[in-house]
Design a protein around this ligand. Structure first.
Ligand SMILES: NC(=O)C1=CN([C@@H]2O[C@H](COP(=O)(O)OP(=O)(O)OC[C@H]3O[C@@H](n4cnc5c(N)ncnc54)[C@H](OP(=O)(O)O)[C@@H]3O)[C@@H](O)[C@H]2O)[C@@H](O)CC1
Ligand SMILES: [K+]
Length: 446
């Protein structure tokens, strides 16, 4: 920022915002835009973008929600022919889009009554949030009180925590980031991108054999839930590790062999997947796997039996399971997922993967990766078993627990989206699409 004169960053931000609004409107001339303007630089961005839109023939009105407004932005908007008013009743009743420039990264959670009233008056009109939907807690993704729910959020420089972490992330709508040329510090929350995934994905060395690529073991399923064994094995058996072993009752093991003839029985492994469909056997499965001293993926029924610390391992709870482990209500975990996933990673000294609409993966040192892939269609029986198997295969292939869990979550989400194509999918089709997804990804290498 030191290299840029005052206002250069805001100029870039406003230009990116105006371009995104024109794109959304499909043009400028004759369109109507309403700006909701707060007292800080977020309002300044809105006013300046409004002046750029007004010069493209857009009819721009600004509702000033505070006694103060960004002076240069105000002057620019007025010079370009935009109107400023202080009362909702003085506004045109049917704008084509509402721009939320109430507060940005300097705001406190919640909205003041005048902002709530204005938003209610224009309910149903598409909303573009400037930087973040006003009212959410930018640094935690939590919400406390009323907030804007946007159709599009245009952010500047980098994504903020609220863009990646629920519940705030779900209020952002589509996300568009404008590069304004900031030098950024290392983030505390990051989201893997396809190039990161290609870099991290374990690939066989020239002279690899199945043992050097890693062997993953699965202890899952029971007479009540044999399918969980089949699906956890399907997730482990996507070719990312060299071999898969299954250990369980003969009745389940024979069904696993029938479905997956490559899978073998007990022997040495580099990682265990424990718990899916384990029922009453889950505690014994966890003890047996722990005795080997290799990294574990602890899922489903085995999660209730975790005690002490598990360095190098991955826990894969959903919100209800994490609540159970931490002695909280599910709603508490859903309201503050970032805080609780970090807390659990610290408490158990291991990686915790909290499954949800935006899966979060936390390391004991506090670093978090948010998963930006996936589709709501992934909320289907057995999808979690596939994920546990997939993460186990990445652990066995030698990835550190944080990379294995975050890469697994990314691949799982992307494979789900690929298999779904906007429609329903089953866990079996999800598992089948994982190798195809990785082939597409690796084909784009270079
Ligand atoms: N940093 C950068 O590099 C760049 C930053 N840029 C932009 O600047 C934005 C940050 O601007 P900022 O720091 O001026 O704070 P901002 O969010 O506009 O408002 C803070 C003021 O609002 C008030 N207020 C607080 N809570 C409230 C509430 N709930 N409801 C209502 N009002 C509330 C409170 O003032 P009060 O009314 O209490 O006097 C407070 O002082 C950033 O998000 C981005 O858009 C870009 O131009 C590009 C470069
Ligand atoms: K905003």
């Amino acid at each position: 920022m030191a290299r840029l004169h005052d206002g250069a960053l805001m100029e870039r931000a406003a230009a990116g915002l105006a371009a995104a609004v024109l794109d959304l409107l499909g043009g400028g001339y004759g369109r109507r835009v309403l700006l909701l303007v707060g007292s800080g630089d977020n309002g300044g961005d809105g006013l300046l973008a409004g002046s750029m839109l007004a010069r493209r023939g857009v009819r721009v009105e600004a509702l000033l929600l505070s006694d103060h407004a960004h002076a240069a932005g105000l002057a620019a908007l007025r010079a370009a022919g935009g109107l400023t008013v202080r009362e909702v009743r003085d506004l045109h009743p049917r704008p084509d889009v509402v721009i939320d420039a109430i507060v940005g990264i300097g705001g406190r959670p919640g909205l003041r009554p005048a902002a709530v009233e204005a938003l209610e008056s224009f309910a149903g009109v598409p909303v573009v949030a400037v930087d973040v939907p006003s009212g959410v807690d930018v640094d935690t993704g939590e919400v406390d009180g009323p907030h804007v729910t946007a159709d599009l959020t245009v952010t500047f420089g980098t994504h903020k925590v609220a863009h990646l972490v629920d519940p705030a992330a779900s209020a952002c709508g589509a996300l568009h980031a404008v590069d304004i040329g900031l030098d950024l510090p290392e983030p505390a929350v990051e989201a893997l991108q396809p190039a990161d995934v290609r870099r991290l994905l374990p690939q066989p060395a020239l002279h690899a054999h199945k043992y050097t690529r890693g062997v993953v073991g699965v202890r899952a399923g029971s007479s009540t839930y044999p399918g969980a064994a089949l699906l956890a094995v399907a997730g482990a058996n996507t070719g990312l590790a060299g071999m898969v072993r299954y250990v369980g009752s003969e009745a389940v093991a024979s069904r696993v062999r029938e479905a997956h003839p490559e899978v073998v029985g007990e022997g040495r492994v580099q990682a265990w997947v424990v718990g899916p469909g384990g029922g009453n056997d889950a505690a014994a499965m966890l003890d047996a796997a722990r005795a080997d001293g290799v990294p574990l993926v602890v899922d489903a029924d085995a999660l209730a039996h975790v005690d002490g610390t598990l360095p190098g391992c991955v826990l894969t709870p959903h919100a209800g399971e994490l609540a159970g482990i931490l002695g909280l209500a599910r709603e508490e975990v859903e309201a503050r997922p970032l805080a609780h996933v970090r807390g659990a990673a610290d408490r158990f000294d291991c990686v915790v993967l909290l499954k949800g609409h935006r899966t979060l993966v936390a390391a004991p040192d506090g670093l978090v990766r948010a998963t930006s892939t996936g589709t709501p269609w992934l909320a289907t029986a057995g999808a979690g078993d596939v994920l546990a198997g997939l993460v186990g295969s990445l652990l066995a292939a030698g990835l550190p627990a944080f990379d294995a869990a975050s890469l697994g979550a990314w691949v799982h989400g992307a494979a789900g989206t690929r298999a779904s194509r906007g429609g329903p999918l089953t866990a079996t089709t999800l598992a089948g699409s994982i190798p195809l997804l990785m082939r597409d990804l690796l084909a784009r290498q270079g």
